[in-house]
Design a protein around this ligand. Structure first.
Ligand code: NIG
Ligand code: FE
Length: 422
């Protein structure tokens, strides 16, 4: 029966569905991304209602009240940035300069800079300032094709300032057209007033901060920075299990600089995702695989910190772990908002193939935030979040580092960015 839709997109040179099981290709090289050449799609009520080739479309009698001629552009699912710290105040370019001159990230943190420098700025900022700067950054992400973004708190580190951050994160979601996924990260660092009393801070997390975050309904996930010098594996387990009691699913920053048992804890507590993992043990990765924890890889950090070591993505992919790539956008270690730039870094430095990276920034990201039923791929009933890119082939996406390739972004079936209209 012919379908009548609100919007049709025709003349798509390559439709990268990221649904290989639905859209099988005879070509082994493109099968993983579920590619349809010379494609059309229909959108009804903000969701995708039909996907197929031009011939099928022309013989089906399908119609739409509005038609976009993609003019030979490729179409990808809107990108899902599954790990970011996009709401913050101030900036830390002086630390960047110190690192360029040879100082280490943890060394700068121990000397009073690092995360706690941003904590000071966030505590002094009004909620309106946080919302305004956070929304502006999310706008920049949208223009690079990101339509869903996870944002963590973690620069407040007191009951009051963490709730201020979570409220700001919620408002950023309301004031932009990007879907914002909120995560509570009270266990990001020990704040300065607890430097001599770390157990006191952990008690505060367990007794007050996690209950307050959970009961506020403002956070879907609870994250912890499990790392030598920050939170131990035992502390992380305790914090994450407490978060679970309050309805927040666990996530981790794990084994970034040294093996800290983080990947093992991720598996043990059934974390939805664990990020960084540069020094994760084989047993830790096996535990993550067993619990279905998504490995979130963030090569922007290697560049931001000027450390020429990148997480071993190949081992994880070859083990069969689900993998996402994310920006980790934050003012300390990864001042990059573009998943497109990160896609190039993941290919060049983590040796992921272009197809693997595109899956990791769409369907992989969606799994890492528990949204794979709605976003991350192009198939009937999925949210119509789409990126129209000016490329001759999907492999061009990571190939052109920093390329201005995004022509149009569609969110819930509505054009929210069009470069030709700017
Ligand atoms: O994910 N590793 C810990 N947290 C952030 C850095 C935050 C900061 O330095 O402000 C990260 O890399
Ligand atoms: Fe992070």
């Amino acid at each position: 029966m012919p379908l009548n839709a609100d919007l049709a997109i025709k003349n798509i040179s390559q439709l990268v569905t990221c649904e290989p099981d639905l859209f099988d290709s005879s070509d082994d090289e493109v099968r993983p991304v579920g590619l349809i050449d010379d494609a059309c799609l229909l959108i009804s009520g903000g969701a995708i209602s039909w996907v197929g080739g031009r011939k099928q479309f022309e013989t089906s009698g399908h119609g739409a009240s509005e038609v976009i001629d993609a003019g030979g552009l490729a179409v990808l699912p809107g990108f899902v940035d599954a790990h970011t710290h996009t709401v913050f105040a101030g900036s830390r370019e002086r630390e960047y300069e110190m690192r360029v001159k040879g100082a280490g990230y943890m060394e700068i943190a121990a000397a009073g800079g690092g995360i706690n420098a941003t904590v000071g700025a966030v505590r002094n900022a009004s909620i309106d300032e946080l919302v305004q700067s956070g929304s502006s950054r999310v706008g920049s992400m949208l223009r690079q094709g990101t339509t869903t973004v996870e944002i963590k708190s973690g620069y407040g580190l007191s009951v009051e300032a963490e709730l201020k951050m979570l409220k700001a994160i919620k408002r950023v979601g309301e004031e932009t057209c990007v879907d914002v996924v909120p995560t509570f990260l009270g266990a990001h660092e020990i704040p300065p007033e607890f430097r001599e009393n770390r157990d006191g801070y952990i008690d505060l997390l367990i007794d007050e901060m996690i209950p307050a975050a959970g009961e506020s309904g403002l956070a879907e996930f609870c994250d912890v920075f499990c790392e030598q010098g920050v939170f131990t594996a035992d502390e992380s387990r305790r914090i994450l299990l407490r978060g679970k009691e309050y309805g927040m699913r666990p996530k981790l920053h794990a084994d970034e600089f040294v093996e800290s048992g983080g990947a093992g804890v991720a598996g043990e507590v059934g974390a939805i995702s664990a990020g960084h993992l540069g020094h994760a043990s084989r047993e830790g990765l096996e535990a993550m695989k067993a619990s279905g924890t998504v490995a979130v890889l963030m090569p922007g950090v290697g560049v931001g910190l000027g450390r020429p070591e990148f997480t071993d993505a190949r081992t994880m992919i070859d083990m069969g772990l689900d993998v996402a790539v994310a920006t980790d956008f934050n003012p300390g270690s990864s001042m990059v908002h573009s998943l497109l730039i990160v896609s190039s870094l993941a290919c060049s430095f983590m040796k992921m193939t272009p197809a693997e990276v595109i899956l990791a920034m769409t369907v992989g990201g969606a799994k890492a935030v528990g949204r794979q039923d709605r976003v991350g791929s192009i198939a009937p009933e999925k949210q119509a979040d789409l990126v129209l890119v000016e490329v001759p082939d999907f492999r061009y996406v990571p190939y052109h580092l920093g390329g201005d390739i995004v022509r149009t972004v569609i969110k819930n079936g509505i054009v929210v960015f069009d470069r030709t209209q700017d």
